[in-house]
Design a protein around this ligand. Structure first.
Ligand SMILES: NC(=O)C1=CN([C@@H]2O[C@H](COP(=O)(O)OP(=O)(O)OC[C@H]3O[C@@H](n4cnc5c(N)ncnc54)[C@H](O)[C@@H]3O)[C@@H](O)[C@H]2O)C=CC1
Ligand SMILES: CC(=O)C(=O)O
Ligand SMILES: [Mg+2]
Length: 697
């Protein structure tokens, strides 16, 4: 059997759980063998804490140890005081002797090591032996745990402090009213189910995705990351830290699965719109992979959330004694790149067919790492590329909502607030889509570029910007255009909206309320019959505006979408203001699944474009005319299937597909559109219990 064989237990003078069986199964202090079978009894020495386990036959008798007090011999003596000795001693003296001997016994018990016959996650998942972040580095190395826990080693007292702090915070929050508490409480309950029974967890999630996506994903996942040190119970995924340099290639073999299809990796440097959360950012990788399972039907045994801990620049976390990550400033430059390189080499060496999704890296690294790896590895950056596709689909929906054909997209004037990984990613991809519609030549590109106005923390970005970010440079407004429009370098968002009269304002700024009353008032003068607002920043409190604000100020004609979910707005007279969720969750699961099932060696621009176009065309004419530009989350599994099929077909068309399992590239190429959708559907994992049988190794 692979259960642990226990020699002896005990720590800090306290009996460990193994020593304290439930009362019902706890025999009297003197052990009386209960099984008189050929198996013999599992222990036969006298002990105040008999070794009783779920599988008694797997508990092993301790070896005889030499030495006086506290040894096996001493213990035997402790409990086998001869009758003659008993008789010869006065009651007080006998009492003292018994006490002394039992103390010696307990001391001996506590200093014996626990010998385990299991390694890695099997230990972490066994509540008898697991001690989580309190495993020392030596233990982690010897037990195959390195990389399976956050890097810091804490004392058992720190663990208790963290747990109690968290418990008290919950009570505190409950007194403050129904705020995030209920959301976090729901997350905890779901998380416990996740730990206990994955099949059931995903069944619950899939069947109630609209209700629980906001718990396992944005917005609650943001609060989970912020409170992760307190919420941390059982580790999930792998942690690679700056301290693991040179070790990653061997560490990846600590992961129990021989096959991994999807990795979501973050360095925690920009989690949603919440900034640098260091090691606590692992929560976002876990949440994204929950959607990979629920929406894309990736087998949950083949997903791997990864945190690369290179430190944090979050001063609060650097000072927090309960923080679980490296308490040093972030590594930068070549040192940083070397760590990510080593991680990529390690995971692709063990799992050559894995797909790696980069998530929530601060913009400067998001772009650089994408350029560095995208031609050699199966990877993509969700914030840059997934968001861009979702935005394009929504922008095309907004054109249709005006009653115009999609081909009119290049005429839209779009103001984008935010020039980070998401904002620049959107402008890049959306302008390319426009340019393609205009003929895909230089003139077309120039014309497409001129439809965008980008405003960042310093206002409108123009050619006059000093130290302009190279990624934003192509979209900086030209000097000649500025005089004509009456705008200057650094013009405020309100000014830009007033002068440009855009069809769309799109926020990826992480600044809650940025689309203020004044900005929305200015948008009333939009040249569009149906202006559109994309308040895409996450989580909820970072949304640039709420749907209530949008509909109440601009009126029922506005098309609204946000990164985190909001309820629809009751506009009176039976009318509803639709609140769309414009989130990359509609694309990344399908991009990953399509890449997997096509066996494409890279994720090409064409594959991403095909995904975006399929999402755009998924919405029916009557829906978009009502202002519904994204489907409800309840349809996410169906959309993902369609998106994945579009990605497979594009990979085949571009000759990138190398096939998956029995389906080689030639077979894939022979599939019709409908057959491709069927092929995808048939390869999606469903949460049903398989028949389980036992086979001896
Ligand atoms: N809905 C979705 O699917 C997605 C939403 N996002 C959200 O987008 C936001 C930004 O993400 P990143 O681009 O990676 O962050 P980032 O931190 O790299 O970029 C933020 C940008 O906003 C600008 N900004 C700050 N204050 C501003 C102001 N007052 N006015 C105009 N611009 C301002 C900054 O200068 C910067 O260019 C986050 O809240 C994130 O949650 C990101 C990816 C997907
Ligand atoms: C949705 C997402 O990826 C983000 O807010 O970063
Ligand atoms: Mg993200």
């Amino acid at each position: 059997g692979d259960r642990a064989r226990l020699l002896c237990v005990g720590a800090n003078g306290q009996p460990r759980p193994a020593e304290r069986p439930p009362a019902s199964s706890r025999p009297n202090r003197r052990i009386v063998p209960t099984h008189r079978t050929s198996h013999r009894k599992s222990y036969d020495y006298a002990s105040p804490f008999p070794l009783v386990g779920r599988n008694q036959h797997q508990l092993q008798r301790p070896p005889l140890a030499a030495g006086p007090a506290g040894t096996r011999a001493g213990m035997a003596n402790a409990s086998s005081i001869s009758r003659s000795l008993r008789r010869s001693l006065a009651p007080d003296a006998l009492h003292r002797l018994l006490l002394q001997r039992s103390r010696a016994f307990v001391t001996a018990e506590c200093h014996r090591p626990v010998v385990l016959h299991k390694r890695g996650p099997d230990i972490l998942h066994d509540p008898w032996f697991n001690r989580g972040t309190a495993f020392s580095m030596t233990e982690r190395d010897r037990l195959g745990l390195r990389g399976l826990l956050p890097p810091s080693v804490v004392s058992s007292q720190q663990q208790i402090d963290r747990f109690m702090g968290d418990l008290k915070r919950l009570e505190q929050n409950a007194r403050d009213g129904p705020s995030d508490t209920y959301q976090l409480a729901k997350w905890r309950i779901l998380n416990r189910l996740h730990d206990r029974n994955e099949t059931m967890y995903y069944k619950v999630l899939i069947d109630n995705i609209e209700e629980y996506a906001p718990i396992v994903y944005t917005p609650t996942v943001g609060a989970v990351c912020q409170n992760y040190s307190g919420l941390f119970r059982r580790p999930r995924g792998m942690y690679f830290s700056a301290e693991d340099r040179g070790e990653m290639m061997s560490m990846v073999y600590n992961w129990p699965a021989d096959q991994v299809d999807m990795i979501v990796v973050t360095d925690g440097s920009r989690i949603l719109g919440l900034g640098d959360l260091g090691v606590q950012g692992i929560g976002i990788a876990i949440g994204k992979l929950d959607l990979y399972v629920a929406a894309a039907g990736i087998n949950p045994q083949r997903v791997l959330p990864v945190m690369i801990d290179v430190g944090t620049n979050n001063e609060k976390l650097l000072k927090d004694p309960l923080y679980l990550g490296l308490q040093e400033h972030r590594l930068e430059g070549e040192e940083y790149v070397e760590i990510i390189d080593e991680f990529m080499e390690a995971v692709f060496s063990r799992w050559p067919n894995v797909i790696v999704q980069f998530e929530d890296f601060q913009s400067k690294w998001a772009f650089r790492l994408l350029q560095r790896y995208r031609k050699t590895y199966r990877m993509f950056n969700d914030d840059v590329q997934g968001t861009a596709g979702v935005a394009i689909a929504g922008l095309l929906g907004a054109v249709r909502a005006q009653g115009r054909p999609m081909i009119d997209f290049p005429k839209q004037k779009i103001v984008v607030a935010g020039a980070g990984s998401a904002g620049i990613g959107v402008v890049n991809a959306a302008s390319r889509t426009m340019a393609r519609m205009l003929g895909n030549n230089e003139v077309a590109f120039e014309s497409a570029r001129s439809q965008f106005w980008i405003v960042d923390a310093h206002g409108l970005i123009t050619e006059e910007r000093v130290d302009i970010d190279p990624d934003a440079r192509p979209f900086a407004r030209r000097k000649s255009e500025l005089t004509h429009q009456g705008l200057n370098e650094g013009a405020s968002l309100i000014e830009v909206v007033k002068k440009v009269k855009p069809d769309v304002i799109l926020g990826l700024s992480a600044v809650g309320g940025l689309f203020s009353k004044e900005v929305l008032e200015a948008l009333k003068d939009s040249s569009s019959s149906r202006p559109a607002i994309f308040a895409m920043s996450n989580p909820t409190k970072n949304a640039e505006c709420t749907p209530e604000e949008a509909f109440s100020i601009i009126g029922e004609k506005v098309v609204f979408s946000s990164g985190s979910p909001f309820d629809d707005v009751d506009l009176g007279d039976g009318k509803i203001g639709h609140s769309n969720q414009g989130n990359n969750m509609y694309l990344f699961p399908g991009i990953g699944l399509g890449t997997l099932l096509s066996g494409a060696r890279i994720v090409s621009d064409g594959m991403l474009q095909a995904a975006a176009e399929r999402l755009a065309s998924y919405m029916k004419e009557e829906e978009v005319l009502q202002g519904i530009i994204y489907p409800p989350t309840s349809r996410i599994r169906d959309i993902t299937k369609e998106v994945a099929a579009a990605v497979v077909r594009e990979a085949v068309a571009e000759d990138l597909a190398e096939g998956y399992r029995d389906m080689d590239a030639r077979e894939l190429a022979r599939l019709s559109e409908e057959e491709t959708v069927d092929y995808v559907k048939n390869n999606m994992w469903n949460p049903v219990y398989p028949t389980v049988v036992y086979k001896k190794d």
